[in-house]
Design a protein around this ligand. Sequence first.
Ligand SMILES: [Mn+2]
Length: 330
Amino acid sequence: MTRDSLNFLERKDLKEELAILGVLVDIGKDGSGTAGSPGYFRKLGIVDILESLGTKVNDLGDVSCPSHAKAEIGDKKVKYLNDICLAAEHTAEKIAGVLKNKSRVITLGGDHATSLGTISGAHAVFGDDLGLIWIDAHSDINTFKTTPTGNIHGQVSAATLGMGHPRLTSIFKKGAKIKKENILYIGLKDIDQEEVDVLREKKLACVTSFDILRRGLFSAEKAIDQLRSRVKNIWISFDVDVIDEEYLPATLMPNSSGLDKREIKALAKYIGKTCPVRGIDVVEFAPQKDINKKSGQLVMEIIAGFLGSEYGDYTKYLGKYKKMSEKSFS
Ligand SMILES: [Mn+2]
């Protein structure tokens, strides 16, 4: 492949098949509102949009999970542990199955507890040859010992690294799913002091939103290049709250100084064009808070970027002409 700056503007058909999976885990935090996200994206036409990138899309349906009203809260330091772990086991099984068939997969959460299952499933197939890019305003590296809220969605990156409650670190298989040198956090902004301490102590790679403000995307690109040089498989765990609320109002934790549209799209494009992306989790999307579908549209553009392709105003404009020419030849 020619690697020059024009390479970032090419839109060749995608080679690998794609699967989409909904995960209705909405109890990893106190508020409700993320379980409607898979249905929302289907209505928005996610299957057709992804197929317009030149590949076949297999919709695997949803992994279910009880709502706050129906689930048992249990231990207040790891709330709703039981139901979250059950959903994670089901998710892991589905993800492992898809990846074995050489398909790539987009998982629509759900809150960030969704990634417990996906990353465990990916580890079952790729083992330690797996890198994780955690794009989020939050590092989610609390454990039951440090959590200020008891919400599991804030303990998920810790669990993938093998830290925290033994049930959270034992989805599918006991222990760490990602080696500590193979995780990269991008977009961090609101994190607890205990999280700063552990990120530092474990020497985990972080590109904060402040780094991006100071040095632009170059700081992220360098870190992505380093991760890519170590692993052959990359997983993206994408929390939409990394984006500024002006562009993405559809989340329960709006970010008033997050990444802007150009930054997140360029970041997605860089990852998609340079990394072997095997799966993407889109989490913490709350459809009822969207305004004129702008959050949903932006997320579709970002997903296309992560896949190494492009979807947006220009491709929609071209699509119109494609349909016209199909008509005139039929
Ligand atoms: Mn977050």
